[in-house]
Design a protein around this ligand. Structure first.
Ligand code: H2B
Length: 94
């Protein structure tokens, strides 16, 4: 899986809502009503990550979940795999 250029990443970010690019990762912050909603989201994303064999770096405090995506197998750069998972992450928001 080849690393995308900064220009390719910026173009692909336009297809998504609320994602940004910095530090060789794409990021988005999510806020839910409470911890249970945040956890349900994380479980949905977790199963999708397993299905894609591509996993998020994430941080959760109570109702907030911050997600960063990069591809370890591509030297920690952003690839198409990260955009595929980002789309599934957005779909997992209920
Ligand atoms: N997740 C992420 N974010 N990047 C990877 O390169 C990656 C992964 N590789 N999950 C997968 C697992 C690979 O190690 C296994 C063998 O599919």
């Amino acid at each position: 899986m080849k690393a995308l250029s900064a220009e390719e990443i910026q173009a692909k970010l336009k297809e998504l809502d609320g994602w940004s690019f910095s530090g060789d990762k794409i990021h988005k912050d999510f806020v839910f009503d409470n911890f249970k909603e945040a956890l349900a989201f994380m479980v949905k994303v977790g199963f999708e990550a397993e299905a894609q064999a591509h996993h998020p770096e994430w941080f959760n405090v109570y109702n907030k979940v911050s997600i960063s995506l990069s591809t370890h197998d591509a030297g920690g750069k952003v690839t198409e795999k990260d955009f595929k998972l980002a789309k599934a992450v957005d779909k997992a928001v209920s």
